[in-house]
Structures are given as C-alpha cells and as structure tokens.
Write a protein that binds this ligand. Sequence first.
Ligand SMILES: O=C[C@H](O)[C@H](O)[C@H](O)COP(=O)(O)O
Length: 232
Amino acid sequence: MCDPQIDLFFFFFFFGNSHVLGVGSGSTVVYAVERLAQRVRQEKLNIVCVPTSFQARQLILKHSLTLSDLDRHPELDVAIDGADEVDAMLTLIKGGGGCLTQEKIVAGCAKHFIVIADYRKDSKSLGQQWKKGVPIEVIPMAYVPISRSIMQRFGGEVSLRMAVSKAGPVVTDNSNFILDWKFEQAQNWKEVNFAIKMIPGVVETGLFVGMAEKVYFGMEDGTVKTRDPLII
Ligand SMILES: O=C[C@H](O)[C@H](O)[C@H](O)COP(=O)(O)O
C-alpha cells in the first residue's frame, strides 16, 4: 500500500480533525497506523483509536495515539482493517491471525468499514487465493461437535488451529479456540455465515458479508486499485 493512497483515504475520512477510528489487526494495518501517527503529529489531529486485538492495542500505544474502547466510544466514524481474501462482492475472509471476533464487533460499530490489502488477497470467489479455510472462533469445550456439525452440513474439512511456539491449540485474545474450515465449493456466504453462527458454541466466523464499504488493494507495481461493492 503506497502512501499517496493512504493519504487519499485519510483525506476522505478525516476531513475534520476529530474522529474515532477502529484499528484492525495484522501486518497491513501497521502501515496505515504508521502514516496516521505521522499525520496526527504533524497536523495535531484529534483521533481516538479503538483496537480490534491485543496487537492493535500495542500498535496504538507504540505510536502514542489515543487509546479508547467501545465503552467510551460505541460509535466509530471509520474502521480500517486488513483481510485474508476479498471477493468480487467485497465478502471477506478474515481471522488468519486469529483476530476476527473483535474485528467484526468494531467494524459493526463503525459508520464506514474500509479494507486495505495487497493484490494477493484479491479474488473473484472466496477460496481462490486463501487456501487455509474460513476461521471460526469457538468456545473450547465445543470444538469437536462444532467441527462435526460444519462438516456434516457444509462438507469440506475442519481442523483445530494449532499454535506454532506453544504446545496445543491457538488461544485467541478472547480465550477461545480457532477452527479452520476448508470448504469445497463457493457458497451463499450470507446463509452459511448465519447458519454457522447459530451452532451452539460458535462465537464468530471470519466471513464478513456485506460489511466492507471499500477495499484498497496495493498492487505489485506500486499502484493502488480500489473496489466498491457491487451489491450490498
Ligand atoms: O486475524 C487477523 C486479521 O483478520 C487480519 O486482518 C487478516 O488476517 C489480514 O492480515 P494481514 O494484513 O497480515 O494479511
């Protein structure tokens, strides 16, 4: 993501100087927060930031931005976040880094939800680019029945995400487990998201349907492509 496009984004959404911003998680958001911090310092903007994860909170503190939460700021002007995959309708897969639940809550509280991603996340249909499946955050004691239920109803393979530098499973910022559902074919993502959420023990899915308002793709040649939803 090049700076001019990030500037365009900030110009568009921060035309005043007092805003509440949701800060997403992952590696891409880091660039946006760095640029935001520069602008806040240079222009003395009054921006309050609501994090979507432990990582986002640390990022906000590292850059001496003003940290807030949904208790104090339940309505946000804009939330900015990365994605693991974005399809033609702006349906997203998120949660590759295990942070989907707080991200969805914060995005849902924002008037505008903007996604920044590199060209490798851009696809026509979910599953073309992101091969690790749809992340689903679950209550630990329910991970086996939930896995079985998803496979029986929707096919594919569900696996418990295992930690890399720790024995056992990944534990989320909310003390839950993550399942990764490798689906076999494109689905009606709105219906599937709803159906999975209805399974007892499911906390949230990494399917973000009808939420993103605009996506900025950083392209290989340094240019930026934008996409607005075809249907919301
Ligand atoms: O769990 C992680 C979040 O959903 C991230 O926003 C997503 O994985 C994209 O991360 P990155 O910008 O590192 O590709």
